[in-house]
Design a protein around this ligand. Sequence first.
Ligand code: CO8
Length: 261
Amino acid sequence: MEYSTMKLERVDGGAICWVRISRPRVLNALDWTVLRELEAAFTQLRSEAALRVVLLTGEGKAFVAGADIATMQPMDAAQGLEFGRYGSAVFRAIERFPVPVIAVVNGYALGGGCELAMACDFRYASTKAVFAQPEVGLGITPGYAGTQRLPRLIGRGMAAEMLYTARMVKADEALRIGLVNRVVEPEELENEALATARLIAGKAPIAIRRVKEALNQGLEVDFDSANEIESLQFSLCFTTHDQKEAMEAFLQKREARLENK
Ligand code: CO8
């Protein structure tokens, strides 16, 4: 498929795919086209058997500077609901994407951009990254689950402060409060993310998918139910070739030959 606001770049034989949001004239702001193309890109990637990790980033000086304010300004409540729900569904599909998605935050991650980064499994940032939920300054609430994912990620107090003040949070503070996992110099960011993607890609693919399912599903239910979800995912791994092979390889003190089956 041809994209006008996105570039897909596969590396390592398609095990890793960069998804680069590219609408640099407006700092990669999310309009209908970007949202639709994000959905299409992740739908397309879902069918790629070799895929192990997605790296999501923005081109230019922004990751994503939010939902497109020019698109939103004339909306009425019904249109706002439609735009909010659609984006939320796209982000939810990214959150539930079967393989890990890492947000590689190269610059501004504001509003919908911060929310997009939070829908990913985890975030690496460059020293130039800036995070905020500026919505209350624009007369709106966050619309892509910022009020929900932010407190789950950094705790209610820090989230409330960010949400009520719209304050810009720089990379070093984002690291301190747990919004990002790692901060590196801009020129090192992609290599750092790629190195982690390769670590993940080298592990048993079915086990990684099951870990992601256990993480996602378990966080939405009570602890006993979550334990049960993990037990089920754990047990299903024993039906795989990779479990038998990886454990046999350990016992025989040799490298495992993982085959994604
Ligand atoms: N939407 C539309 N255009 C944008 C956006 C945006 N979010 N961000 C930047 N742009 C445009 C600017 O208007 C400018 O265009 P032009 O060159 O035509 O004037 C161009 O991008 C470059 O931006 P600046 O000149 O402003 O660049 P600076 O480096 O001076 O400033 C900032 C960078 C600080 C990032 C600044 O552009 C800014 O504050 N942008 C807006 C950030 C923001 O408030 N984002 C949150 C939007 S609200 C949101 O995301 C809600 C999500 C939920 C939606 C649910 C819908 C119901």
